[in-house]
Design a protein around this ligand. Structure first.
Ligand code: MN
Ligand code: MN
Length: 397
């Protein structure tokens, strides 16, 4: 038997905006085929997508790099992704010895170490200090207004910073070099009790990131404060946490329940295995800010009134979900999909569609959706909610 002709959308591996039923037409150009390949669900949206939905995706690869001797940074804020008002993210790299200078800001800072190691330092309002070396999969949290620094160790590092305000910019913080540069030398002299000459060579503007030497062992670097160390640790090892295992993946949840200092940012580190799906759900507390760490996937967001849209994501992309809107994430690759979901909140919470339906009288579900016993029996068999996490449940096992 003769093979049917290949559909035009796959001819020559050039993706075309044509549905299997023939709807659409070839794109004659101009076009960015690389981009189209990365966004198959935007080029040919699922038939269930409809209506006007704001953009819920931005890639760090589409941002402007700040390059310094000692490292780089780039950010996704409300200026890049206008709907993302609750949180802003910064991707930063520090070389071995590279320093993100002594600074502070009005927003809380939450961070996840992607690769390598860094040393962080901080002093709180009561003179209690904190120093720690941070490795892959570990977090830190600096409360609003508390001064700090970050320095790359041995082979340098790369990390993600998240701030609890979409308007934040890491290039617009309060830094020690900036303040010195804008304070008269006679005032510096009076404040520190040393001659003005001591300040002859201070920087004339914000340093931001600079190259320094790799610091020695942490024990030698520690400064003994008469007031001791901070009462709540500024770090947490998220990757070392025992994951909650589910049929299609794993999740590690971190919020003020197990990382008490983190009062304004809650997060989950999610692994969706090949063929797996982050189930249909929503969050009753706040918007969701996502950072894709590895693999590729697609998310469909239902925002009500007949509207839904699907976006494709891969490592280095940021996704966003408005408060309480329904969504699910499918792994579309051959490897595990890893991402962080984060919330401006003290607790991680979500509502599972399955669990809601399973715990609602069958008659209502059956007549509302016009579904038979097959679905109702399947819901009953699911062992919801078996995974207990302090104060709430998460995922059927
Ligand atoms: Mn900071
Ligand atoms: Mn979610």
């Amino acid at each position: 038997m003769e093979k049917p002709p290949r559909h035009p959308s796959v001819n020559g591996n050039i993706p075309q905006p044509i549905r299997p039923d023939g709807a659409g037409a070839t794109d004659l150009g101009p076009r960015d085929i690389m981009r189209d390949r990365e966004n198959p669900d935007m080029l040919v949206p699922p038939l269930t997508d409809a209506g006007i939905v704001p953009n819920l995706k931005f890639s760090f690869s589409d941002t402007n790099m700040q390059l310094n001797h000692g490292g780089w940074s780039r950010e996704i804020t409300v200026r890049e992704l206008p709907i993302a008002t609750t949180l802003a993210g910064v991707n930063m790299r520090l070389t071995a010895g590279g320093v993100r200078e002594l600074h502070w800001h009005q927003q809380a800072e939450w961070a996840y170490m992607l690769l390598g190691r860094a040393r962080i330092t901080s002093v709180d309002q009561a003179g209690r200090n904190f120093i720690a070396d941070i490795g892959e999969g570990e977090l830190w949290y600096f409360p609003p207004g508390i001064p700090h620094s970050i320095q790359g160790l041995e082979n340098g590092c790369e990390f993600l910073l998240v701030f609890d305000d979409g308007n934040f910019s890491d290039l617009n913080t309060l830094s020690i070099s900036d303040w010195f540069a804008h304070t008269p030398k006679e005032v510096l002299s009076a404040n520190f009790g040393v001659p003005e000459e001591a300040f002859a060579d201070i920087p004339t503007k914000q340093v931001y990131i600079f190259q320094s030497e790799v610091p020695g062992p942490i024990g030698e670097a520690k400064v003994q404060s008469p007031y001791g160390t901070v009462p709540l640790s500024f770090t947490h090892n998220l990757l070392a946490q025992q994951p909650i295992r589910t049929p299609g993946g794993n999740v590690r949840i971190v919020d003020s329940a197990n990382f008490p200092i983190s009062k304004t940012i809650a997060a989950a580190l999610v692994e969706v295995e090949p063929g797996g799906m982050r189930e249909l759900h929503w969050h009753p507390n706040n918007d969701e800010w996502q950072y894709y760490l590895a693999g590729q996937g697609r998310m469909t967001v239902f925002i009500g009134n007949g509207t839904a849209r699907t976006f494709d994501y891969r490592a280095g992309d940021v996704g966003y979900v408005p408060f309480a809107t329904g969504h699910y994430i499918q792994n579309t690759g051959d490897d595990s999909l890893w991402f962080l979901e984060m919330f401006k909140s003290d607790r991680f919470v979500d509502v599972s569609l399955n669990q809601w339906m399973a715990l609602t009288p069958r008659g209502i579900v059956s007549s509302n959706l016009n579904v038979g016993p097959e679905l109702l029996d399947a819901l009953r068999k699911q062992k919801w909610p078996v995974v207990k996490y302090p104060g709430y449940s998460y995922y059927p096992k």
